[in-house]
Design a protein around this ligand. Structure first.
Ligand code: ZN
Length: 136
């Protein structure tokens, strides 16, 4: 991945969402991130996107979101919408490659809203991993 690819992905994502929703939606920033724990991925900071949009168009959005991540060399294993707490405003779409410590927290989650600020669109469960505690 390089910055030019990221620029193109930002523009493509915005155009795709606009075409799908039929109105102005902004991807104000597309970021690549790395956390101290080992989690990494990409974040699309949004303006004008609502949880309703994600729920209604999830089936159309998800294949595109997966394809986009793959094109940036990010495994699309966990995709969620982050909400402004206490509202239905989508602050960001996150593609997060979970580290071994964070994975169980989300894999355990039941339903699509394990936390008030997270709406899970897609999570790939790891067979036989993440459920048992580490020895020692
Ligand atoms: Zn982590």
């Amino acid at each position: 991945m390089n910055a030019e690819k990221l620029l193109q992905a930002r523009a493509d994502l915005e155009n795709n969402l606009r075409a799908l929703l039929g109105r102005a939606v902004l991807v104000i920033e597309l970021d690549l991130f790395a956390l101290p724990c080992g989690c990494n991925g990409i974040t699309a900071n949004m303006r004008g996107l609502e949880l309703d949009d994600v729920e209604v168009f999830e089936e159309q959005m998800l294949p595109y979101f997966k394809k986009m991540a793959a094109s940036l060399d990010i495994p699309p294993s966990f995709i969620f919408a982050r909400l402004v707490p206490g509202s239905s405003v989508v602050a960001a779409i996150n593609w997060r490659v979970l580290c071994d410590r964070c994975y169980p927290e989300f894999a355990r989650a039941r339903g699509k809203k394990p936390r008030p600020d997270i709406y899970i669109m897609h999570i790939e469960r790891r067979e036989g991993r993440g459920s048992e505690k580490r020895k020692g």
